[in-house]
Design a protein around this ligand. Structure first.
Ligand code: NOJ
Length: 745
């Protein structure tokens, strides 16, 4: 028997009998697993319990995965119950064998990893995927990521990241779903469904982790890890909903954030972890810290030393310590000194063991270790096809003067820019086990098309993403002048976004804009393809480029997807989920702002505006063009007044007025005209993606109930207030038609 611990098996057998009877009596799977967890708990020493609350990373050496000797011994001694960054079947099997065959109780390990937008087949970065507004595609992308990762022995992903952010300087916006709580909540749900599916019976799903709880997306000045300070109302109305949506969808774990919130670090914040998470929202999974965030409370000036930090974290509701070794080093003493109750430890361990039971690891610790699946389920044709599909849907067309795009298959093209032939950056940050060299670059994809269609294709790099070497400009300009159209692929290197990658200036880095200016000066039409992980400030290009395609980092299939868009095989349909400022001085900038007492008026000095730039962004939330055009009629409603228990149906007729079939994301916004607290000038409340043939019209309908209009009122009740509302429909958050309705008591 590979699974050594016979005593353990005996106990489990007894337990199964108990479970059987509880099954007959109709208790839930969760209750049964909690009962099973309790039976294991009863066998454990305090040290072993603390071991279950300890999570360590493993490393990746040049020849494959490695583990520090000390951690391996910790697993053997029952001092470590989970690892992360340990992947591949061979490696996870090796560690699992130590845990189940060499530790006293043989409790299986859980293996976590940051599977954020793919494991080996890399999908677009989450911010890009969110621009598809396509919940099914997003769910599928998460499901494929889970399928591949689970085939590599993994059980748990540190995703989805659901932090709302209005801060494009913050590098981690690339990992989230943008600035809007409504869309962000739907995407959080889709990602949790994709990762966890209906459970782990087939060992092809991962436990999801909602992160970073909470408010991590609002660091002051956009600097990663920085202080977060906002009113409770703003927090509850705008930042909290996606976390709660993910939890409601069944995510089994939550990760705390590095930041402090109103002075209390999130990792020791009982208001967040006990009140909001467990009491108000009945979260019953386990809470893991972010990397060493317990230890960091000493730097925060919130804990006197490591032991004090551990006491604060566990008493606030943290169940598992990621990498900090604080629980391992201090928790026992804290219990012995009476500063932490053993019951607190038991509750945490029960929750962790329950997840291990949900995964089926006690029944078969090697359930996710299947060499055959590892060969067939990763980087398959199907997965690549899905990645290309999502990549095309994630692209946002920002500008297209005089129908520069799509390109004709006969036009000669000069493909220029530091990212045109690049593969390594296409996978973006947090790219799992992805390998940039397995991506198809834009140049690769264009070469394939040129070979098929016979158009002349030339290529020059021009310059690097960073630095000031202009020696490549001459060649770039030479080929640019000879071509019919210039395609300039520019943007950020992937390490310019992501964790610890805040930027104070979010323009195009290096001398890339200078290159684009010189290309535009040739008089040839310049199509700018942007690759980046955050909104960029591009006012000059917005005025002078012939076309701008926001391609983000689209993953393994980036090149083919971009070529599909540029040649019109796919008509772009993505819409921005974060506002693009004109200038960094406008940040924070977001569509759902308040009116103020002196709303913007270009003709008056004494109102809320800048002297040296407009208030309006470069591109608003929800914006994105198509190769066709759409006309919107004014919205119609089935009634002008409705009551708290009633609903209003809104319909809007949308017509494809261009000459190509295309998809359009029809958006619904609401403004609450008078409230017990001031209300945003618009809030997204619905959307629908429709496909229209040329000349075709569709009536898109939405239903609004009073619940959709709820917010935290002056007395902090979450409810809708009677009064007048504007209902607005249109193609983005700026260009809207409105109609007034009234909610009556
Ligand atoms: C730190 C990051 O903030 C978090 O998102 C990630 O999951 C952990 N490191 C583990 O890699």
């Amino acid at each position: 028997m590979a699974y050594r611990s016979l005593i353990f098996f005996a106990i489990l057998t007894l337990l199964f009998a108990a479970c059987d009877s509880s099954q007959r009596s109709g208790s839930s799977v969760k209750d049964r697993n909690l009962a099973r967890a309790d039976s294991v708990l009863a066998l454990m020493t305090l040290d072993e319990k603390i071991g279950q609350m300890t999570l360590y990373t493993t490393d990746w050496g040049s020849t494959g995965p490695t583990i520090r000797e000390g951690y391996e011994e910790d697993i053997r001694q029952g001092r470590c119950g989970a690892t992360f960054n340990s992947h591949t079947v061979a490696f996870t099997r090796r560690l699992q064998e130590i845990a189940v065959n060499e530790s006293r109780l043989g409790i299986p390990l859980i293996f976590g990893f940051d599977v954020i937008h793919g494991y080996k087949t890399i999908f677009p970065i989450p911010l890009a995927e969110a621009c598809s507004w396509d919940l099914e595609a997003i769910e599928l992308s998460a499901a494929i990521a889970a399928r591949e990762a689970a085939a590599a022995g993994l059980h748990w992903t540190f995703a989805p990241m659901v932090d709302i952010s209005r801060e494009p300087r913050w590098g981690r916006v690339m990992e989230g779903a943008g600035e809007d709580p409504y869309l962000g909540s739907l995407i959080a749900r889709a990602r949790v469904r994709g990762f966890q599916g209906d459970g782990f019976d087939n060992a092809d799903r991962l436990v999801a982790c909602i992160k970073h709880f909470a408010g991590y997306g609002a660091p002051i000045a956009g600097r990663d890890y920085n202080t977060v300070d906002m009113s409770e109302r703003t927090f509850r109305d705008l930042y909290l909903p996606p976390y709660l949506a993910g939890i409601d969808e069944g995510a089994l774990t939550v990760m705390t954030s590095f930041n402090d919130l109103d002075g209390i670090p999130a990792t020791a914040n009982p208001w967040l972890l006990r009140k909001i998470l467990r009491q108000e929202n009945k979260f019953d999974g386990f809470v893991v810290t972010d990397y060493t965030s317990i230890n960091e409370m000493v730097n925060h000036g919130y804990a006197a030393d490591d032991q004090h930090a551990g006491e604060l974290a566990v008493n606030a509701g943290v169940d598992m310590d990621m990498q900090g070794a604080i629980f391992q080093n201090h928790l026992k003493q804290l219990v012995e000194e009476g500063k932490v109750l053993e019951k607190t430890i038991d509750d945490a361990v029960r929750r962790i063991l329950r997840v291990k039971f949900e995964l089926g690891l006690f029944d078969d610790p090697f359930k996710f270790c299947n060499e055959e699946r590892e060969k067939t389920n990763i980087f398959s044709e199907d997965h690549l096809k899905a990645a290309r599909d999502v990549a095309r849907k994630s692209v946002v067309l920002l500008k297209n003067d005089q129908n520069t795009l799509p390109l004709s298959a006969k036009t000669s093209v000069a493909l220029i820019g530091p990212l045109a032939a690049d593969r390594d950056n296409l996978i973006g940050p947090w790219s799992g086990s992805g390998d940039g060299q397995q991506c198809t670059s834009v140049l690769d994809a264009f070469k394939e098309r040129a070979a098929q269609s016979g158009f002349i294709l030339t290529h020059a790099k021009g310059c690097d993403v960073l630095g000031d070497d202009r020696s490549g400009f001459a060649e770039a300009l030479r080929i640019g002048r000879q071509a019919d159209v210039i395609v300039a692929v520019v943007g950020e290197n992937r390490d310019l976004s992501g964790e610890a990658a805040a930027r104070g200036d979010i323009g195009l880095p290096g001398i890339q804009e200078e290159l684009v200016r010189q290309l535009v000066a040739t008089g040839k039409p310049v199509v700018v393809v942007l690759m980046n992980g955050r909104p960029l400030t591009i006012p000059w290009m917005a005025d002078h480029a012939a076309a701008i395609v926001e391609a983000w980092w689209l993953g393994t299939q980036a090149g083919p997807a971009i070529a599909d868009i540029l040649y019109g095989d796919y008509n772009p349909s993505g819409k921005l989920v974060m506002t693009f400022p004109r200038h960094v001085g406008q940040i924070p900038i977001f569509y759902n702002e308040k009116s103020t007492g002196r709303p913007y008026d270009p003709d008056s000095k004494w109102n809320s505006k800048y002297l040296d730039m407009p208030n309006a962004p470069q591109y608003p939330f929800g914006f994105g063009l198509s190769y066709t055009t759409f006309a919107y009629d004014a919205p119609a409603v089935d009634k002008r007044t409705f009551t708290l228990n009633d609903s209003v149906h809104i319909s809007v007729k949308v017509t494809n007025t261009g000459s190509r079939a295309g998809e359009e994301i029809v958006q619904l916004y609401v403004r609450d005209l008078v409230g017990s607290v001031t209300r945003p000038v618009k809030e997204l409340k619905g959307f629908e993606k429709i496909m229209l043939q040329p000349g075709q019209s569709k009536d898109v309908s939405f239903k609004l109930t009073a619940a959709d209009l709820a917010f935290h009122t002056a007395d902090m009740r979450f409810t809708a207030e009677p009064g007048k509302f504007w209902v607005m429909t249109g193609p983005n958050s700026r260009d809207l038609h409105s109609i007034e309705i009234e909610l009556v008591d």
